[in-house]
Design a protein around this ligand. Sequence first.
Ligand SMILES: CC(C)(COP(=O)(O)OP(=O)(O)OC[C@H]1O[C@@H](n2cnc3c(N)ncnc32)[C@H](O)[C@@H]1OP(=O)(O)O)[C@@H](O)C(=O)NCCC(=O)NCCS
Length: 289
Amino acid sequence: MNNFGIGNNTFVAESARIGNNVHIGHNCIIEDRVFIGDDTFIDSNTIIRQGVSIGRGGFIGSNCIIGEYLMDFCKDRQYHSHPLSIGVNVLIRSGSIIYAGSTIGDHFQTGHQTTIREKANIGNNVSIGTLSDIQCSCKIGNYVRLHSNVFIAPLSVIDDFVWLFPHVILTNDPTPPSSNFVGVHIHSFAIVASGAIVMPGLDLGQDCLIGAGAIVTKSVEPYTVVVGNPAKSISDVRKIKNKVTGKLVYPWREYFCNYMPWEGIGFEAWFNSLDLNEKQKFTISDINI
Ligand SMILES: CC(C)(COP(=O)(O)OP(=O)(O)OC[C@H]1O[C@@H](n2cnc3c(N)ncnc32)[C@H](O)[C@@H]1OP(=O)(O)O)[C@@H](O)C(=O)NCCC(=O)NCCS
C-alpha cells in the first residue's frame, strides 16, 4: 500500500501528466491527456476524465467525477473533445461532479455533492455550497459566493462579488416547458437572500438586496431592497441597519471584508490600488468612490 503517491487499484493513463508531490488515493481513474499540477491531493474513488487540466495545490475529495461526459458521449460512446480547465489551489469537496467543457478559475471551492454542468465560465475565488446545481452555459464572475442548495438555470450571468444564500433559484423558462430560455443577470455586489426565486430574464441591479423568500417578477434597480410575493421595493439598501448592532451595513463592501481582496485595507484603498488593467478584470467599473 502507498500512503503517499498512488493508492491501490488506481489507474493512471500513460498520456496523463502528473506533477510532483501529487497524491492519488485508492480506486481512482486518471484518464488520457489529464494534467495534474504539483502538490495536488486526490482522494479515493475519484475519476478524472480525458483532457482535464487541474492547476497546482488542489484538493479533490473522494467520489468526485471531474470532466464528466456530456450527452454526445452518452449517445454515441465516442469521445468528443470538451476541455475542462480548473485553476490553482482549488478545494473540491467529496461527491462533486464537474462536467467537461468549462473554465474554472483559481481558488475555487465547492461543498459536497455540487454539480457544475458544461460551458460554465467561472472566475477566481468562487465558492459554491453543498448540493448546489449550476446548469449549463452560465457565467459566474470573481469572488461570487453561492451557499447550499442553490439552483442556477442555464444562461444565467452572475457578476463579481455577488452573494446567493441557501435555496435561491434562478429560473430561465418564462413558459415551461419551452425552448425559449432567457437567463437572469445579477450585477456586482447584489445579495439574494435565502429561498428567493428570480423569474427568467430579469436584471438585478448592482448592490440590490432581494429579501428572504421573495418571488422576484420584475427587474430590480441598483441599491433597492425588495421583499415578498410578488417582490416590492421597501427601502434603499443604504438605509438598512443590522438588527444586532443597529449599524448601517450596506453597501456591504464598505463594512465586510472577510476573504475579500480588500481584507485588512478596506474596499476603497484596494480599488484605488488597482491599475486600469486590473480594474478591467472586475465587473465593478461603475463604482463611484
Ligand atoms: C430584506 C431584509 C434584509 C429586510 O430587513 P429589514 O430592513 O431589517 O426589514 P424589517 O425587519 O425592518 O421589516 C420591514 C418590513 O418589511 C417586511 N419584511 C422584511 N423582510 C421581509 C421578507 N423577507 N419578506 C417579506 N416581508 C419582509 C417586514 O415584515 C416589515 O413589514 P412591516 O413594516 O409591515 O412590519 C431581511 O428581510 C432579509 O431578507 N434578510 C436576509 C435573511 C437571510 O436570508 N440571510 C442569509 C442566510 S442566513
